[in-house]
Design a protein around this ligand. Structure first.
Ligand SMILES: Cc1ncc(COP(=O)(O)O)c(C=O)c1O
Length: 400
């Protein structure tokens, strides 16, 4: 078998329809904050099954606006997983809060609820403010269980669903909950970076069922500026420039009522998002097919001792295996044009977080996982031939 093209671990899938959708918007009257934003928000909310969605410039902006809306204040303690992209934790630091990392479950690679419980039990109630669970690799966190624990200790939940649009877990009553549906978490966030399920280039979304949080996020997306005259604080006389008898605010008027940001998505990125969303279920089905093939190929192989597996509701942003001699496998795959990746270097051991006292040995499961994990090519346009080549190359490495 000969593969000429490099095979990355993830790749966007752009069609003629996507290009047409972007072109149409580029030629319209709106480049930013036009009708495509609202359409994308509404269609995404319908897809996820939540009430409100707010499109933003990227997943990191979505996290930042969320921690602001949830009211994170200096020194507030928030629990986060260490096996994630650092943005999941950094949003707490943007508000000067303290990130407290808890360990992962070595079987699911997700934030371990028992590790969280230990932290909560060891501190006086009120010490912690919130939890940021991540639907890591596309596997849905069981938020029903997290909600029970969070309610016991008065915590909010911010679900980082960047890897999991279309992923779901099944609750104790047998109901399926799509990641980010707002049933158990106050807020959830998504990213539309090119390797994710839906690509906008850059892009993000915040989802919620809470109207108050929705309005807060919406306001801070655009500088804290509102054009809703019902909420105006300055007088009509001031707004008009001294016309004491006017009964209405003038058309130009708006108010900046709090400190906000420019975290807007452009209209042509939203057009790409709308177009990509139409194919989201197909992409998900293909990812699940690829996962099944990997799972079957690796089951019973002595050199694989952990893998993402076939899990109901898994959205398979990543397919991860755990192996011995990971570094040399990684190099061997590259020599054969296969660009596997490592997700993730534990965030608590990044130099930035070490300054807060984190050190090796603090989170044994997360650290052990990091020594062995490797993410294999996983994207809807990966061909059967390419996947077979990946599997065969791994086999060859361990059997040569
Ligand atoms: C789990 C997770 N959270 C947050 C982010 C941040 O998203 P973005 O890159 O769109 O800012 C990413 C993106 O890579 C991610 O993987």
């Amino acid at each position: 078998m000969k593969i000429n093209k490099p095979i990355p671990y993830g790749r966007q899938y752009i069609t003629e329809d996507d290009i047409h959708a972007v072109k149409e918007t580029l030629l319209s009257d709106y480049l930013t904050q036009g009708p495509k934003i609202r359409e994308f928000e509404q269609k995404f909310a319908d897809y996820i099954g939540c009430k409100y969605a707010v499109a933003v410039s990227n997943g990191t902006a979505a996290l930042h606006l969320s921690t602001l809306a949830l009211g994170v204040e200096p020194d507030d303690k928030v629990i986060c997983t260490s096996i994630t992209f650092s943005a999941s934790a950094n949003c707490v630091r943007y508000c000067d809060g303290e990130v407290v990392f808890a360990d992962i479950d070595p079987d699911t690679y997700l934030l371990d609820i028992n590790s969280i419980r230990k932290l909560l039990e060891a501190a006086p109630k009120g010490t912690y403010k919130g939890i940021i669970p991540v639907d890591f690799a596309g596997r849905a966190v069981n938020l029903e269980q997290f909600r029970q624990l969070a309610d016991e200790y008065g915590l909010w939940i911010l679900e980082d669903s960047c890897h999991a649009p279309g992923g779901f877990f099944t609750d104790s009553k047998g109901r399926q909950h799509l990641c980010g549906n707002g049933q158990y978490a106050e807020l959830a966030i998504f990213s539309f970076h090119p390797v994710k399920h839906i690509a906008c280039g850059e892009g993000g979304m915040i989802t919620t069922n809470d109207e108050v949080l929705y309005k807060k996020v919406l306001l801070s997306r655009t500088h804290g500026i509102t054009k809703d005259s019902q909420t105006y604080q300055n007088s009509i006389e001031f707004a008009t420039g001294g016309y004491a008898d006017e009964k209405e605010y003038p058309g130009w008027y708006m108010e900046m009522q709090e400190l906000g940001y420019n975290y807007r998505l452009t209209d042509f990125q939203a057009a790409l998002g709308v177009s990509q969303l139409k194919r989201a279920d197909n992409g998900l089905a293909r990812r699940r097919e690829i996962a099944e093939r990997y799972y079957e190929a690796f089951s019973g192989k002595p050199y694989i001792y952990g893998q993402s597996g076939v899990v109901e509701g898994h959205a398979y942003h990543l397919y991860i295996i755990e192996v011995e001699d990971r570094l040399n496998l990684y190099k061997y795959l590259r020599e054969h044009n296969i660009f596997a990746q490592i997700h993730y270097i534990p965030v608590h051991l990044m130099p930035y977080y070490r300054q807060f006292g984190y050190k090796e040995g603090d989170l044994p499961y997360a650290e052990n996982y990091y020594q062995h994990c490797i993410s294999l090519p996983m994207f809807p346009t990966l061909t059967d031939e390419e996947q077979k080549f990946v599997i065969k190359t791994i086999d060859r490495f361990y059997n040569e």
